[in-house]
Design a protein around this ligand. Structure first.
Ligand code: ADP
Ligand code: MG
Length: 478
């Protein structure tokens, strides 16, 4: 108890050594021991040592007789170590619960977003088809454009939810982060012009990162939008900085996902603002999906950043001082590639609405609205279309039409026989034509199947994107 000699305790009231939080309780217990002469079960209390240190103790008391007088014998044991261990255990459990909560949220968000994507494709596809009508009066055309604009905004939100769930399609290339950010310069300036002055400090000779440039752009835009929204005065300033940092274990601990990362070189992106800042209570929650303090906020921006960063095996951290500003830092592991590889962009054909050659296309899609729009667009473009609502129907149609089928457009996520399995069985039955796989999630794994997909079409796709892919794939075969 911090003393050196038992004498130091003598003559002092016992309660002096009891932590103030426990004094009432101890007083009540002492009364019971003395008046009832009962023994008391062990109890946790806190004492204060002579040196002022707080000690967790376990106390038992029993009634004895001392010199013919009733007295209490109180013994206690220092259990600080055990209490600390229990607390550690509780923290671990709380973290695990939190991780499980986020995991189920991400499953939920991903599932809802997937269904939404399909519905939106149905809506936007029909809008697109209506737009092709020649004799549509101008006011109706105006309304159509409004529906389309709102639909695209909804698709954007669904996209953020998918990004958070980490189940989006990723196209990884060796990318130069400074270049990705630099190319956004104009867009960023346009979106922050009225709120803040924007400064880009981009390290010119960064090592490359293995990343999806489209998703990195989404990260930059989300962070800069948030920074601009946090600025409530007219001296607003947002600084974007890229660079290379060598991070050790302790540095990494400050990042979300830091405990999964190994020490080493990381490319970083920093977005700093001098806006309102974030109080400690909210600071812990900003990455939670649906957490928002803004009137028109959805709370998906940072959740999407989190999902994307996780998908890139990187980390993200936030520092903020209320009233002074906020800094977000994203780190990405350095790739060992020497040269940036850019996504191969298909050259758009001059007029995609013209069919290349008359060809029969098998369109496999379980969502009725999506299938209907796709089939109509393809037919308008002059193709023959066979429609299948499931893998089973697709296989039956292949049985019937065989080599007449020039191309299969195949949805990956379907109940029953899914896209991957349908592809495998089509190949087993000798179909060797091109197959275009579409999905709102990732590309899927076709590595162990002979006859890989000819192309991948991420959902939601527009009619012209569908036509372009079909055109390109068939063109390659000519
Ligand atoms: N740069 C920032 N400055 C202050 N607060 C921020 C900043 N970035 C994010 N936040 C806080 O985090 C919350 C969640 O952000 P986000 O996930 O992008 O959702 P939303 O922007 O829809 O609210 C915001 O509502 C805001 O409270
Ligand atoms: Mg936001």
């Amino acid at each position: 108890m911090g003393g050196t000699d038992p004498a130091e305790f003598l003559g002092r009231p016992v309660l002096d050594f009891v932590h103030p939080d426990y004094r009432d309780l101890v007083l009540a217990r002492m009364g019971r021991v003395v008046s009832n002469g009962v023994d008391l079960a062990p109890m946790r209390e806190r004492f204060i040592g002579l040196d002022g240190r707080v000690v967790d103790v376990e106390v038992v008391a029993s009634t004895i007789e001392l010199d013919g007088q009733p007295a209490s014998l109180v013994s206690f044991r220092d259990v600080s170590e055990r209490v600390r261990e229990e607390e550690r255990q509780r923290t671990i459990e709380a973290r695990l619960r939190e991780a499980q909560k986020l995991e189920s949220l991400s499953l939920l968000a991903g599932g809802v977003a997937h269904d939404f994507n399909n519905l939106l494709m149905g809506i936007l596809g029909n809008v697109e088809l209506l737009g092709l009508e020649v004799d549509l009066p101008e006011p109706a055309r105006e309304r159509l454009r409004t529906i389309e604009r709102i639909g695209r905004r909804a698709a954007e939100l669904a996209g953020q939810m998918l990004a958070y769930s980490g189940r989006t399609h990723q196209e990884l290339h060796h990318a130069d982060l400074s270049r990705v950010v630099g190319e956004l310069d104009e867009l960023l300036r346009a979106s922050t012009r009225h709120k803040a002055e924007l400064e880009l400090v981009l390290e010119p000779d960064l090592p490359l990162v293995h990343a999806d440039a489209v998703q990195l752009r989404q990260v930059v835009l989300n962070l800069v939008n948030n920074a601009a929204e946090a600025i409530d005065h007219d001296q607003g300033r947002i600084v974007l900085r890229t660079g290379l940092a060598h991070l050790d274990g302790a540095d990494l601990q400050r990042f979300e996902f830091g405990d999964r990362l190994s020490p080493g070189p990381y490319v970083f992106l920093e977005v700093a603002d001098n806006g309102a800042g974030i109080g400690p209570e909210n600071l812990r929650r900003v990455f939670e999906p649906f957490f928002s303090t803004r009137m028109d906020g959805r709370g998906l921006g940072l959740a999407a950043v989190l999902g994307i960063v996780r998908g890139h095996r990187g980390g993200v951290a936030v520092d903020s001082t209320p009233g002074e500003g906020t800094t977000f830092r994203v780190i990405l592991p350095v790739s060992d590639a020497e040269e940036a590889s850019d996504p191969v962009r298909p050259v758009p054909p001059p007029d995609v609405v013209q069919p290349v050659v008359p060809a029969t296309i098998l369109l496999v899609e379980d969502e009725h609205a999506v299938r209907e729009v796709g089939a109509t667009l393809l037919r308008r473009a002059g193709y023959e279309v066979l429609e299948a609502a499931s893998g089973r129907e697709a296989l039956a149609l292949h049985q019937e039409y065989g080599d007449e089928i020039a191309l299969v457009v195949l949805d990956r996520a379907m109940p029953g026989i899914d896209g991957t399995e349908t592809l495998r069985r089509l190949r087993e039955r000798g179909f060797d034509g091109p197959i275009v796989v579409c999905s709102g999630f990732d590309k899927g794994d076709f590595d162990d199947i002979d006859g890989a997909p000819a192309a991948f079409l991420p959902k939601p796709y527009t009619g012209s994107e569908l036509l372009r892919v079909v055109w390109n794939v068939l063109d390659e075969r000519r």
